[in-house]
Design a binder for this molecule. Structure first.
Ligand code: SF4
Length: 493
């Protein structure tokens, strides 16, 4: 399809909208109309002088147009929103499908919602979402419920706070939908490289801790992710914990999460180490309780291993355990998804995160069409079922984000019982403070609390680069103090 953007620069937004309905179609963006006969097209025209926008769509030889009038004081962003809204309505009609998130783009709806709540107030902000951004009433309610829960948690975080992210980019096998930089430990070369990786990462932790102390930062949460951190043997887990406790002041720490994502990596011995070093939240991720589905997505564990790992963790004294589940997995039926949610609820997980499958280019599943009408309907049904079961069992939504290429353009939602919300998930998703990150693939985000400005410092993606170019990683850590020297408060509160 060709998208003609006439007298406007809104192509980024509008192209994204077309992709929502046609994820696999090649979209060419042009500034002048020079149509080929019979080729499908969309035209987005902004008539600034007469305060009007025009959206035109021609998919199968039938041209339709929608016009909107702007108010006198409307600016470029209002024109863009109204043009996107008009094009969205034409696309909904053409495809007989209305995405629930309307024209709201971006992975973090919470940030926009919080700023709307501040500037417009609760009711007007809700109306803006449904009337202007065309978000469905149910998703609007969900997003605002999340925002209200987060407000309470974010209010308890101070200006100097930060989180620490530890990246362990290794897994027992690679899930077919995985788009992370994680390496399967089925390769002997990878297994061999892990001790050296851990040694170097401990040096990076020491340098990061020094920067945090020099800048008087307060560590509020630690999150071990990756990857599957519990692939590390007890000795290596201990080494990393020791490096953390020697490098950081842990007296202000409120939460320490370790992703024990694969149940088949969890042993009694490892749990003892995690307990000894104060891990307060564990994430054991079944993804599904259907063994055929697990096999189809490349996970080499069974649902009974999840049950066993969960029991071991409870016996070891963990009182905050999360489960991740995914909707719309290959081979998954509504019934098998419902059974998985019921199983997680019945087992008594403290929080359950419901993801919607996203088919990324870098995953083995590839990007095959995410938006077949029946798939979209099925995903919606699964999410509704999950919500009903979770609400009935007293879980409440506390964080929400969206991924591109998610089935039906749906969302991922963290549901938690009271006081069991993951602080790190909220801090990271709302970008409320700096995240100092170590390890391969880790991205440090430095935030100036006064202006909101965020600077990213990337580590090398792959463990082999991380190891071979480690000196460069250490050099990049200097940026933490430079940043705080330029922007920060230094004792101000
Ligand atoms: S467990 Fe997570 S990081 Fe590891 S392969 Fe699967 S999706 Fe990727």
């Amino acid at each position: 399809m060709t998208l003609y953007c006439i007298d406007n620069d809104f192509q980024y937004e509008l192209e994204g909208l077309l992709r929502l309905f046609m994820p696999d179609e090649k979209i060419i963006v042009l500034k002048d109309v020079c149509q080929e006969p019979n080729a499908p097209y969309a035209i987005a025209r902004y008539d600034k002088k007469n305060c009007r926008v025009f959206a035109t769509l021609n998919k199968d030889g039938c041209e339709r147009e929608l016009t909107k009038t702007l108010n006198n004081n409307d600016g470029e962003s209002d024109a863009e929103r109204k043009l996107a809204g008009a094009l969205f309505l034409l696309l909904c009609e053409e495809f007989s499908f209305r995405p629930k998130w309307g024209i709201l783009t971006g992975v973090r709806p919470g940030k926009l919602i919080n700023s709307l709540r501040k500037s417009l107030g609760e009711k007007a902000a809700e109306d803006y979402l449904t009337n202007e951004l065309l978000v469905s009433p149910e998703k609007t309610r969900l997003a605002f419920e999340v925002a209200r829960t987060q407000e309470r948690i974010l209010a308890s975080s101070c200006r100097e706070s930060f989180s620490l992210y530890i990246s362990i980019p290794f897994c027992p096998s690679r899930c077919t939908y995985c788009s992370f930089v994680s390496h399967s430990i089925s390769s002997p070369a990878i297994i061999k490289s892990i001790p050296e990786y851990v040694d170097l990462m401990c040096r990076e932790i020491a340098l990061t801790g020094k920067a945090a102390r020099e800048n008087k930062l307060r560590l509020e949460s630690i999150y071990w992710g990756g990857g599957t951190p519990t692939v590390l043997e007890p000795l290596l887990l201990r080494k990393v914990f020791e490096a953390i406790s020697q490098s950081f002041d842990l007296s202000t720490l409120r939460e320490l999460t370790v992703e024990a994502g694969r149940p088949d990596t969890i042993t009694k011995e490892k749990l003892l180490v995690l307990n000894e070093y104060g891990v307060s939240r564990l994430s054991i991720n079944p993804q599904s309780f259907n063994d055929d589905v697990l096999k189809a997505i490349g996970r080499h564990h069974t649902s009974s291993q999840t049950v066993l790992a969960y029991k071991l963790a409870r016996e070891a004294g963990f009182n905050n355990i999360n489960a991740d589940l995914i909707a719309a997995l290959p081979g998954q039926t509504h019934e098998s998804f419902e059974k998985s949610v019921k199983a997680a609820v019945d087992m008594g997980f403290d929080s359950i995160t419901i993801h919607t499958l996203a088919k990324k280019r870098s995953s083995a599943l590839g990007t095959e069409t995410a938006l077949f009408a029946e798939k979209t309907v099925l995903t919606a049904k699964m999410l509704k079922t999950a919500e009903t079961l979770l609400r009935k069992a007293s879980y409440r939504p506390y964080y929400l984000y969206r991924q591109s290429k998610a089935s039906g353009n749906y969302e991922n939602v963290g549901w938690a019982k009271e006081e069991k919300e993951c602080l790190y998930n909220i801090f990271m998703m709302e970008e409320c403070h700096s995240v100092l990150a170590v390890g391969a693939g880790a991205v440090t985000k430095l935030k100036d609390p006064s202006s909101g400005y965020i600077e990213r410092v990337n580590n090398f993606k792959y463990p082999y680069e991380y190891i071979s170019r480690f000196d460069e990683i250490l050099m990049r850590k200097n940026r933490i103090s430079e940043f705080y020297g330029t922007y920060f408060i230094k004792g101000e509160n």
